[in-house]
Design a protein around this ligand. Structure first.
Ligand SMILES: Cc1cc2nc3c(=O)[nH]c(=O)nc-3n(C[C@H](O)[C@H](O)[C@H](O)COP(=O)(O)OP(=O)(O)OC[C@H]3O[C@@H](n4cnc5c(N)ncnc54)[C@H](O)[C@@H]3O)c2cc1C
Length: 484
């Protein structure tokens, strides 16, 4: 126990990626006092790295309903319909709000928003900024607004370590350095968990911190067996291992080839299909990569991809790019309702840390930034309706969060990679890291293949598991629950 909280707020937000920044701004816009805790500098967030853009049904021939249908098709019978409906309905308003906040999305020749096409989308519906610099542009603008907002107090380089509970309700958090923050609501916006896998497109901090914090507080987590492997991550280029080449480049005509120069996959098929086709081709050929040909794509549309590769000594305007799949997005996370509320009163989770069920078994490209903003805003508003907290000196001591070792990360890549089987998954149950064990448990429970979970010993989808999520509640083994 420590003496007394050092800070008091209406909302405490953990994480300064797209979800955390937008949640903080949304709460401040309602007149709330916010404390924003961020462990890393901005450039270390997945949001900053996002290249493709933000999905929203904005074209005249598009509609939220078509967007929802595409989301559900990509999610392979596991998308929670209510979450998809909320996202697709609210996405156009979010884009307008971001523009109002000063984010300048790219325009087409007529001065309207330029809409990109990405895998799994039946319409052009992805807005972007600075070509492939979308995440960077959005995060910079939102960060600038946060910095100048007198209602938001930012704790930089501070790490949330423990959720502060009183009578089974979350009333704040404690940072690693012992500082405590009392608040009506705490929103975990700590990002995803794909960097638990050794080959990843994610920043090093994306190791499931939200799931660890929430689980320690007694909240349910779910679906950690569902991992999206991005098909086109750079490999064998020094300094650029795991660097993601956005799908939008394939939308503009880039093609994938084997070592004989043949195309072997429909480039804009959903990500899981493309990743599996590449993995199968690599296995068949014994090569460690295939090739991406983006020579016919206008480099001015993707300046930071081209620049990053050229800096590493590979010119994608004249050379082929060696690529292989990498862990990119974990569909699972902290279980929430449609307002970001977890199963612990007062505790919220948003962005990639959360599992609303929106992405089902396979996230539709560019739905995750949209999710950060739609559910970040909903959670911020819902949290402000929680009862006020009277701070007193009962904050717990900070507990260090377990970080994955190199062995754990390699273990997950080897035994919970693109294709898994019971034999390898059983070994994960002995891993030193708690989330690796949970991945193993969830993946063993799901005796089928679906989206981001492919089992060589259960190669088909089991229709009886449609709509069923693998949920882990306070220390119990995962069980299937159906969400509507
Ligand atoms: C290379 C790449 C490209 C992508 N491109 C796209 C795209 O084009 N479109 C799209 O929709 N999605 C894209 N995604 C996915 C998308 O970027 C992420 O899902 C989304 O940005 C996650 O945002 P977030 O706010 O939830 O988390 P993040 O942006 O990862 O931010 C997490 C924050 O939590 C902080 N944090 C973590 N633990 C703690 C702690 N204990 N205490 C305090 N702070 C903590 C971190 O420091 C960070 O500030 C991409 C992902 C990657 C990796």
């Amino acid at each position: 126990m420590i003496e007394a909280p050092q800070l008091q707020a209406d909302l405490a937000v953990v994480g300064a990626g797209g979800a955390g920044l937008y949640a903080a701004l949304s709460a401040a816009a309602e007149g709330a006092d916010v404390v924003l805790v961020s462990a890393t500098p901005l450039a270390r967030t997945a949001s900053y790295w996002a290249q493709g853009g933000v999905a929203a049904a904005l074209a005249p021939d598009d509609s939220p309903d078509l967007h929802r249908q595409d989301t559900e098709i990509a999610g392979r019978g596991l998308v929670r319909p209510s979450a998809a409906a909320v996202l697709c309905r609210e996405a156009p308003g979010i884009v307008a709000d971001l523009e109002r906040m000063g984010v300048h999305f790219d325009l087409d020749a007529e001065g309207g928003l330029a809409l990109g096409l990405e895998g799994g989308h039946s319409k052009r519906r992805v807005v972007h900024a600075g070509g492939s610099a979308t995440g960077r542009r959005i995060v910079r603008q939102l960060s600038a607004l946060v910095a100048e907002n007198p209602r938001i107090h930012v704790l930089e380089q501070a790490r949330a370590a423990t959720i502060w509970l009183r009578d089974e309700r979350c009333i704040g958090l404690v940072c690693e350095d012992g500082r405590a923050i009392a608040a009506r609501g705490v929103a975990l916006a700590t990002g995803g968990a794909a960097a638990l896998w050794s080959r990843t497109t994610n920043p090093p901090g994306s190791v499931g911190i939200g799931a660890m914090l929430a689980q320690a507080a007694g909240a349910a987590i779910a679906d950690l067996e569902l991992i999206q492997f991005h098909p086109t991550a750079v490999t064998a280029v020094k300094g650029r291992e795991g660097f993601l080449v956005t799908e939008a480049i394939r939308g503009e005509g880039a093609t994938i080839h084997d070592h004989d120069g043949e195309r072997f996959v429909e480039e804009l098929a959903p990500r899981d299909e493309v990743a599996r086709a590449i993995e199968a081709k690599m296995r068949e050929s014994g090569k460690a990569h295939v090739w991406l040909d983006m020579r016919a794509v206008d480099p001015e549309h993707f300046p930071n991809v081209v620049a990053a590769l050229q800096e590493a000594g590979l010119d994608p305007t004249t050379e082929l790019v060696p690529i292989a799949p990498a862990a990119h997005y974990v569909m699972g996370g902290v279980v929430t309702d449609l307002d970001g509320a977890t199963t612990v009163p007062g505790l919220y989770a948003v962005g990639e840390a959360a599992c609303t069920g929106l992405h089902g078994a396979n996230r539709l490209a560019s739905n995750s930034l949209t999710e950060c903003f739609v559910f970040g805003q909903r959670a911020a508003i819902a949290a402000l309706a929680e009862p006020a907290v009277t701070a007193s000196g009962d904050a717990p001591a900070a507990e260090p969060i377990a970080m994955p070792s190199r062995e754990t990360r390699e273990h997950l890549w080897r035994d919970a990679g693109i294709v898994r089987s019971a034999q390898g998954l059983h070994t994960l149950l002995e891993d030193a890291h708690p989330l690796a064990r949970i991945v193993g448990e969830c993946a063993l429970l799901r005796e089928e293949s679906r989206g981001g979970h492919q089992r060589s010993d259960f190669p088909h989808m089991d229709p009886a598991l449609d709509g069923n999520h693998a949920v882990i509640r306070a220390g119990s083994a995962p069980v299937f629950e159906s969400w509507v």
